[in-house]
Ligand binder design. Sequence first.
Ligand code: NDP
Length: 284
Amino acid sequence: MTATIIYGNQLAETLRVEMKEEIVNLKRKGIDPKLTVVLIGDHPASKSYVSGKQKAADYIGMDSELIQLPAETTEAELLSLIDQLNQDPAVDGILVQLPLPDHINEQLVIEAINPSKDVDGFHPINIGKMMTNQDTFLPCTPYGILTMLKLNDIDIAGKHAVVIGRSNIVGKPIGQLLLNENATVTYCHSKTANMKELVQLADIVIVAVGRARMIDGSYIKKGATVIDVGINRLDDGTLTGDVDFDSVKEQASYLTPVPKGVGPMTITMLLKNTIKAAINHAQK
Ligand code: NDP
């Protein structure tokens, strides 16, 4: 068996073309979705993520604004900016690029964003809604993964999903979303004793650890679906996932590559959430 490769960049392109049309239609109705991205400092990876988000917004004709502040910006200054953006009726989505400098309390900042503009889906109110399966902004990476599974008609209900990693932005929420879709979910993390045996039982494996090629074909049940969230830069500068692509592709029925897998879907779901926010705001 050789897995079908799920190219997230191709799915993302299809969704972005659809959203481009949606934006044109919304503008005709006087709804002009706007995303504001706040970047503190000049961390190279953060700068590159932010520029990717802006390019994607431009591509679909969405209004986006980048507010770039120096690394010395105080917590109070950032909170005051968020307050202004919360009150600005032109702004539909606010994204504060993480990580923040050490002197700023990240949780405080996340909780300062009005949940109706929290297009990252990190606010505890939106997380609570996700937990209780209510309509909300889903966190972008897990939302992108779920969309990839659904668009490929991969069965989730009744399947055993093993999620490796339990971060608040990827592992925990993707497990919850799969549970909402009636999967049976097992979480693995750095303290899991028998990880290989657990992963070998999985119909769907989500790997979000940040360790290059840690999961090889010997972990994977024949025919499983494997989603590789990891992004690791090797010494030679190339990017690779958490999955050993060549050996896993011989076992899996579906597999996502790195790059061109989950990453482009993450940005796409951010745009989708911003459109949703604009529609919600217009209905108020
Ligand atoms: P975190 O570092 O926050 O979490 C990593 C998780 O992996 C933790 O839960 C940790 O366990 C677990 N872990 C670490 N070592 C092991 C091990 N040996 N065995 C099992 N579990 C282990 O990372 P993120 O969730 O933020 O990101 C994970 C990866 O995904 C990174 O490579 C990141 O770059 C990438 N990423 C990609 C995105 C995309 O759009 N494609 C978006 C976000 C992230 P414990 O909790 O016990 O410490």
